[in-house]
Design a protein around this ligand. Structure first.
Ligand SMILES: Nc1nc2c(c(=O)[nH]1)N[C@H]1C(S)=C(S)[C@@H](COP(=O)(O)OP(=O)(O)OC[C@H]3O[C@@H](n4cnc5c(=O)[nH]c(N)nc54)[C@H](O)[C@@H]3O)O[C@H]1N2
Ligand SMILES: Nc1nc2c(c(=O)[nH]1)N[C@H]1C(S)=C(S)[C@@H](COP(=O)(O)OP(=O)(O)OC[C@H]3O[C@@H](n4cnc5c(=O)[nH]c(N)nc54)[C@H](O)[C@@H]3O)O[C@H]1N2
Ligand code: SF4
Ligand code: SF4
Ligand code: SF4
Ligand SMILES: [Mo]
Length: 859
């Protein structure tokens, strides 16, 4: 038999150079009499033939071997060799400039999927198809290399590439058939993205996006590339350490536990139980945190238990708790980013701090939503916004009162909603009468017309969520700021409805959970208030012991109390206050003044250095359990790798300490702990590990086993009954600039690093991308001030406040307003907390990280 020419007899029109159109071209064929199936098969072969005519075809070298769309298609059609002869692309270099992935044009099908994903889903528009003919390839940015583009290194384009054209650098170490995957929840921010950990020989070698309800197959750079190295790093603590004569010595678990129990018991006997305190870890699971607070309340005998929400969203918990009855996000991520008419975004740098929510906001804008950004900085989302209200830091309450003034004046308030579902409208109406746009414009430093426009845009939109973050909470009037958010939404009836709500984006992966689990001095698990009659008794009965009925101290009260000698013993589970609390010098003093400090950690942190005992912990990759994301969604965390040898489950450590202190406790599994939670917390009544196998997890309130969970809260009535308006006048921040400290410093975060960097610094590529590409601290300042002071971009500068002094690099531009500045707290060479302001608000006691008076001078 001679060679069969499988090629259909057609003339390809020259412009049909994309094979999606070829199928059509084939159908245009007139005289072909073969049956449809045969024609289809021929067309398929022809396409593969064209594809491989210009393909690398060195499959053994390619990481995608065995998992490649083109390879599969070639096998299915039997096209092992091309029938075309001629020039192949030769001189195309592989672009390796991104630290996490590379692009090989010789393996590219030019299918355009990556371009589409970057444009439509990531909303970043980095990629396009460039050059011509055989030279056609994917171009990042303006045609330079990947590192020169505005790529965010999310890897979402890599995830959809069917060949080895775009592959992760991690992928070089494995082939698909050698691996298994375990799905778990991202350990960074509160978005709660689902990740497939890729395992080879018991080790995690890569991570891929999974189809979770919050992330829909997307990840950001940290979830995709930095969520497993830290757990497998050699810096992990592996043995309990006791400080003897000023030096840490490795000891056995039994020695460590006995010693801890003895010292805490001595302090408790000598100074009373309220001389002890414990901080929970919002990075760890619900199950660990539940047991931690139970240990503090039962064995320590105090309610001095808290978590990092105190320095973060405690104002949301308290503020919305007072006005709506629940401090959690009211709607779901999907609900507030699909099919909405406007989005009011206040004090949230979403594309850096909650990137996968950020990209969904970009996509909402692409679908027609009008974005209003209220932020003193020129954050990335300003590019996508209709309005940017670049107010002075610390003036949110004035702005919201002004918007309410406009809404009432223009008759845009939802009077039906107000009458049926709210109380104290008269008080708010009387208060905001004074807040004319002109007056507010003066306070906030913005144009009065912008206030009117924003108020109208938000009020007139049918569906418009209010989304906010730390730009609202971390202020000396932060709780009042949060209540302003609910005032505004109540006024226009945008609560309890799809596409609306008041939506605090919770920071840490499980900070929502740590709060839900009662790691809080005011509340038992499930926000059951200590001072509600019957609650203490309920837990006494359940836990079989007498409990301390007195409300405890917040973490921001415990630290100064330690400094004053009132708190003597502290157990810190996974927090690093020396790095993260404001006024580092004072925090050092407070910790030094303790009689006994235990730190339970994955790594030897700055805080751990101060401890008397350091206990090694397990990472989320070695644990079964649950995290609760910002939308109240409880999702499974699944052990992917074996626990580090000799390290106990975190909850076992707490039960053993409690037992040694005279309160016996034991759990066989995380699932058993969740069963106890479900029994004691009404809003978790229907939650169990079995039900959490459902790919959507469960959103609390979930009252019983038949309850599917609650995507939107306050639908028929508010958790507290009526929505409460709180008339709140604007007050200037507690620390203001003066001649000596003329700049207002705000602190916060950037995309690549995460809080203390405990996880993020242990992935090399992250440190390459972070801190303006030099992994060093920096201060953003305005060009005007830089010119005045003779400072150039990149210069060393000295930053001082009433609390301390540091040196860092100037990052000069237009991102902050004149006389304002911004720093992160990620970098050890210049941590903003040396100068930051420890003054707190009066209700939730959250520090004012967002307004602090500083001076900047050239070095
Ligand atoms: N990459 C990364 N992601 C993170 C973290 C991280 O460290 N790195 N940390 C996580 C944690 S714990 C949290 S809580 C979240 C925080 O997430 P975000 O709150 O979004 O982050 P921040 O950078 O602290 O600040 C948010 C914005 O508030 C603005 N702002 C400051 N003052 C004011 C004001 O007075 N009014 C208004 N309207 N805006 C103001 C700032 O300019 C900033 O853009 O991020 C989480 N995600
Ligand atoms: N200047 C300034 N400072 C700030 C802020 C700001 O905006 N500006 N933001 C504040 C905010 S919002 C927050 S949330 C705090 C965060 O403050 P922290 O909670 O102190 O910061 P993290 O880096 O999240 O630290 C968590 C620690 O927990 C450890 N860890 C993680 N998982 C586990 C585990 O499973 N077991 C154990 N044993 N340990 C674990 C990590 O190794 C790490 O050292 O920082 C606050 N600090
Ligand atoms: S990594 Fe993300 S931002 Fe960069 S090109 Fe790919 S999709 Fe776009
Ligand atoms: S998805 Fe892969 S094969 Fe398709 S155009 Fe992009 S790089 Fe090329
Ligand atoms: S958006 Fe947050 S949860 Fe999602 S991958 Fe990034 S850090 Fe993880
Ligand atoms: Mo946070």
């Amino acid at each position: 038999m001679g060679t069969v020419d499988h090629r259909p007899k057609i003339t390809i029109k020259p412009m049909l150079n994309q094979y999606s159109n070829l199928a059509e071209a084939v159908n245009l064929e007139q005289e072909d009499t073969r049956d449809k199936k045969e024609k289809r098969q021929d067309a398929r072969k022809f396409i593969v033939d064209l594809e491989i005519s210009n393909h690398h075809l060195n499959c053994l070298e390619c990481p995608k071997d065995g998992d490649c769309g083109l390879e599969k298609e070639a096998l299915a059609t039997g096209m092992m060799h091309t029938t075309f002869h001629g020039r192949k692309i030769k001189d195309h270099k592989i672009d390796c400039t991104n630290p996490f992935f590379e692009y090989d044009p010789e393996k590219c099908l030019l299918c355009g999927k990556c371009v589409q994903v970057c444009h439509l889903r990531q909303g970043r528009d980095v990629l396009s198809m460039g050059r011509r003919g055989i030279e056609t390839r994917i171009i990042p940015g303006y045609g330079d290399t990947w590192d020169k583009s505005v790529c965010e290194s999310c890897g979402n384009c890599v995830a959809v590439c069917t060949t080895g054209a775009l592959t992760t650098k991690n992928h070089k170490s494995y082939r698909k058939w050698e691996t298994t995957t375990v799905q778990t929840t991202c350990p960074y921010c509160g978005t709660g993205c689902q990740i497939d950990m890729v395992l080879k020989d018991g080790k995690i070698v890569d991570a891929e996006p999974a189809n979770g309800p919050a992330n829909k197959n997307l990840l950001c750079v940290k979830g995709r590339f930095a969520a497993f190295n830290f757990a497998q790093s050699k810096d992990r603590l592996t043995k309990p350490l006791i400080k003897k004569n000023g030096k840490f010595e490795k000891v056995s678990w039994s020695e460590a536990i006995d010693y801890i129990a003895k010292r805490f018991t001595e302090l408790k006997t000598k100074y009373g139980p309220d001389s002890l305190a414990g901080f929970a870890c919002s990075r760890s699971t619900n199950e660990d945190d539940y047991v931690l607070q139970k240990m503090v309340r039962t064995a320590f005998g105090t309610n001095n238990v808290d978590n990092c929400a105190r320095v973060c969203h405690a104002p949301s918990v308290h503020g919305l708790g007072m006005t709506l009855g629940s401090g959690a996000m009211t709607n779901t991520i999907k609900d507030i980013t699909t099919d909405v008419d406007a989005i009011l975004l206040i004090g949230s740098n979403t594309t850096e701090a909650h990137p996968v929510i950020g990209v969904q906001i970009r996509s909402a804008v692409q679908h027609g939503a009008k974005l209003i950004v209220v932020d003193p900085r020129n954050i990335d989302l300003v590019k996508n916004s209709k309005l940017h209200l670049q107010l002075k830091a610390g003036t949110n309450i004035a702005l919201i009162n002004g918007m309410m003034h406009v809404i009432i004046e223009e008759g845009l308030a939802d009077m039906n909603f107000i009458e049926q579902r709210t109380e104290d409208f008269d008080k708010i109406k009387a208060l905001v009468a004074d807040y004319t746009p002109e007056k507010v414009a003066e306070i906030c430093g913005i144009d009065a017309n912008l206030i009117v426009e924003a108020a109208e845009m938000y009020a007139k939109a049918k569906k418009a969520p209010l989304i906010y973050c730390l730009g609202v909470t971390e202020h000396s009037y932060g709780t009042e700021g949060v209540m302003s958010m609910s005032n505004l939404a109540l006024l226009v009836g945008k609560l309890g409805k799809p596409g609306c709500g008041v939506n605090p984006l919770r920071g840490q992966n499980n900070v929502q959970g740590a709060c839900d689990m009662g790691c809080d001095p005011f509340d038992f698990p499930g926000y059951q208030k200590l001072n509600t009659p019957g609650v203490v008794e309920k837990f006494e009965e359940a836990w079989g012991t007498k409990l301390n009925p007195n409300v405890g101290k917040t973490s921001t009260q415990v630290m100064p109390a330690a400094g004053e000698g009132k708190i003597k013993g502290l157990f810190i589970f996974g927090e690093d206050p020396i790095v993260t609390d404001p006024d580092t010098n004072e925090v050092r003093h407070d910790l030094e003044n303790l009689e006994f400090l235990v730190v339970h950690e994955l790594f030897m942190t700055e805080t751990a250095e101060y401890a008397d005992v350091v206990l090694p912990g397990l990472s989320y990759l070695e644990k079964d359990g649950t995290f609760t994301n910002t939308e109240r969604r409880i999702q499974r965390v699944r052990a992917a790798i074996k626990p580090l040898s000799g390290v106990k489950q975190d909850y076992d450590v707490f039960t053993e300490i409690a037992t040694a202190m005279g309160y016996p406790m034991h759990y066989n599994s995380a699932s058993e702990i969740m069963d106890e939670i479900a029994q004691l917390v009404p809003t978790f009544g229907g939650v169990s590990f079995d039900r959490l196998e459902n790919p959507n997890g469960l959103q609390w309130p979930c009252l019983d086993v038949h309850d599917p969970g609650t995507p939107i809260m306050h639908v028929h009535e508010f958790t507290r009954g009526k929505g409460l308006f709180m008339a709140l006048p604007y007050h200037p921040a507690k620390e203001l600039p003066d001649d000596k400290y003329p700049f207002v410093l705000s602190t916060g975060r950037e995309l690549y690093h995460y809080n203390t960097r405990a996880y993020s610094e242990r992935t090399e590529g992250i440190t390459e991308l972070a801190g303006l590409g030099r992994d060093k601290s920096y201060i953003e300042m305005n060009q005007v001030n830089a010119d005045e002071l003779g400072i150039k971009d990149g210069d060393r500068v000295r930053v001082s406040s009433r609390r301390g002094t540091l040196e860092t690099y100037a990052n000069v531009g237009q991102r902050v307003l004149p006389d304002a500045a911004f720093m992160t707290f990620h970098f050890p060479d210049g941590n903003a907390n040396i100068v930051a302001n420890p003054m707190t608000d009066d209700i939730a006691r959250c520090p004012d990280y967002k307004v602090c008076a500083i001076n900047i001078e050239p070095v």
